[in-house]
Design a protein around this ligand. Structure first.
Ligand code: DP6
Length: 581
């Protein structure tokens, strides 16, 4: 089983942490290519052992740790000091602070031996690697794919040679903790500590048991630039074609979900304050079923049947016409996948809730690969580029209507698959070429190409909806006014792109350099009902006033006040991620 917990001695000496930060800065100043390999000094520790644990192992782990606590009293008092007397590396792939080989060092080795024999005695799996006390400060495995792309295989000697013989400080062997690898970090930046031995007092504490039955996450909304429309399996939400989306920043739009496993009678969900039973919701049931079937963490029948309490809220008003199912199911998938330690790609859990949700699992630019297999195991989301890839890309959401859509995407797709020959043409003749071009446009930050395909995709989705019988109409007259305005705005050069999903609201993309001009034009053609800008757009009024005179004027397009409910300004952001609960 993959390691998910480890035994650590935390390095909290301010002197050591300061020196590690200085070392990293030194390396970075010489060559910043190595930055992604730095270990956050707040997580500095010595690993005594790593383990792959299921929750049913914990009773044994705690007994073993209690036993260790009594045994170590004879060799460690809590006042032993480890000195970090220089830098060393494992094959150039891991750079670490080495520990001076003195009496305390020997005692640490004995402590690890006691852990090992006691854990084995209590049937707790313990990795059997040779123990070399060290504090990692840089490692290749922190960002394998990045270093592979950069063709970096090791850290060069000359980068670290200046610090090779430095003294970094010392740390007492005062507290040994059982930490979780997968839980989100504590507020002080260190790993979640499940239990610990205080070597000074000789006490063992495990009051954090309930913490691995609880998890919380945030997940963002995404907007498709290559659209998902049509399924080859309704049961598994398997799409007819691959799609690509941009993940929007969770500061502006997101769902927060907290899941607690307990002894309740039923799985319960509380959505924006309204409680309902999960048994009435087939999508939620599918998500729960798959994580229970694939849980690595729970082994006994009782543990597997623990009930879920799911509490979920959006940071944007429901009924604002903004699709919340993508952020909602991505958030649920992140929590369920973590709390059950499910050994499937977690985007599959999200996809079973709502197809487009699988793309919200990652930040930046994300592709949902349609997959070929009938069980859907290859229909997963993958990141095309991170949220930091395209700095100048900006997003404006124009909220046209707060009405719930009259025909759900699920029903709309069902109808289109049944009746639209144009959908078939789109899937067979258009999408593959557009996917290729879109990926190229993203990688090379080619805005004109990105914008052109985005708009063509939106147009085609709504043309398929028109071709569906009976037809489905998501865009309204204001949506069409927005298309007309953006088309005029792009007259000389493509500086903005619109896209519409299963509703009348528009999402616009632009670049930093055109942002003021676009916003000024929007505010000119779609001014708020009263001049109350505060609720109209998430910008300060002084910024809005500074836009005066930057707007573009077009013949034949009339301003339309009160057409928009509000404008949300945002940018690409991170995917679903755990937060402390
Ligand atoms: C128009 O993901 O909401 O937004 O899988 O049935 O839950 P289900 O549908 P959903 O469909 C979204 C369709 C879309 C286009 C897109 O996001 O790719």
């Amino acid at each position: 089983m993959k390691p998910n917990y480890f035994i650590s001695l935390r390095v909290c000496s301010q002197e050591v942490l300061k020196n590690v930060s200085m070392l990293q800065k030194n390396i970075s100043d010489q060559n910043s290519d190595y930055d992604p390999g730095f270990v956050d000094p707040r997580t500095a520790h010595l690993t005594l052992g790593v383990m792959g644990l299921k929750t049913c192992d914990f009773a044994n782990v705690f007994s073993a740790m209690e036993n260790v606590t009594t045994k170590v009293k004879e060799i460690i008092t809590g006042d032993e000091i480890l000195h970090f007397d220089g830098l060393a590396n494992f094959g150039g792939e891991v750079l670490y602070l080495s520990v001076k080989k003195d009496d305390s060092y020997q005692r640490l080795l004995s402590l690890v031996e006691i852990f090992k024999t006691t854990f084995v005695q209590y049937n707790v799996p313990w990795n059997d690697e040779v123990f070399t006390p060290h504090v990692t400060v840089w490692k290749l495995s922190k960002n394998f794919s990045y270093f592979k792309k950069k063709k970096i295989k090791k850290i060069p000697k000359d980068l670290i040679s200046i610090s090779l013989n430095s003294y970094f400080g010392f740390q007492k062997i005062d507290q040994i903790s059982l930490c979780s690898i997968n839980h989100s970090k504590e507020q002080d930046g260190y790993y979640k500590v499940i239990a610990f031995i205080d070597l000074k007092t000789g006490d063992f504490t495990n009051n954090k048991l309930e913490s691995f039955l609880k998890v919380a996450a945030l997940a963002p909304v995404n907007i498709a630039v290559i659209k998902y429309w049509g399924k080859r399996s309704e049961e598994l939400n398997l799409p007819l074609n691959s799609s690509i989306s941009v993940t929007l920043h969770s500061d502006d739009l997101c769902t927060k979900t907290e899941i607690t496993l307990g002894d309740g009678e039923d799985d319960i969900i509380c959505l924006n304050g309204i409680e309902e039973s999960v048994s009435k919701n087939p999508r939620l049931k599918r998500c729960l079923k798959i994580v229970r079937e694939h849980s690595k963490k729970f082994c006994s029948k009782e543990e597997k049947s623990k009930k879920c309490k799911i509490v979920s809220t959006n940071n944007f008003p429901t009924g604002a016409g903004l699709a919340s199912s993508a952020s909602g199911y991505a958030c649920l998938a992140k929590c369920l996948g973590t709390v059950y330690d499910a050994y499937i790609d977690h985007s599959i859990i999200a996809r079973l809730g709502s197809g487009s949700a699988c793309r919200s699992m990652y930040g930046g630019f994300v592709k949902w690969q349609k997959g070929e297999l009938s069980d859907g195991t290859d229909s997963i989301a993958v990141q095309v580029a991170s949220e930091n890839h395209w700095h100048g890309l900006r997003v404006l959401i124009l909220v046209v209507s707060s009405q719930e859509k009259s025909i759900s995407s699920t029903e709309g797709m069902r109808r289109s698959v049944k009746s639209s020959p144009f959908l078939q043409y789109r899937v067979e003749q258009c999408v593959d070429e557009r996917l290729k071009l879109m990926e190229e446009a993203i990688q090379s930050q080619n805005f004109e190409l990105f914008a052109e395909i985005t708009m063509k995709e939106s147009n085609q989705l709504h043309a398929v909806c028109q071709d569906t019988y009976p037809p489905i109409i998501y865009m309204n007259s204001i949506s069409h006014e927005i298309v007309q305005l953006i088309t005029a705005f792009n007259d000389q050069k493509i500086k903005a792109a619109y896209t519409f999903d299963a509703g009348p609201n528009a999402v616009l993309f632009t670049l930093e350099e055109y942002y003021d001009e676009l916003l000024a034009t929007l505010l000119n053609y779609f001014p708020p009902t009263n001049s109350n800008l505060e609720n109209y757009i998430n910008h300060t009024s002084s910024y809005i006033h500074s836009l005066t005179g930057k707007e573009k004027m077009f013949d034949g397009i009339q301003p339309h006040s009160s057409a928009l409910i509000k404008i949300i300004s945002t940018k690409p952001g991170p995917g679903a991620h755990l937060v402390s609960n």
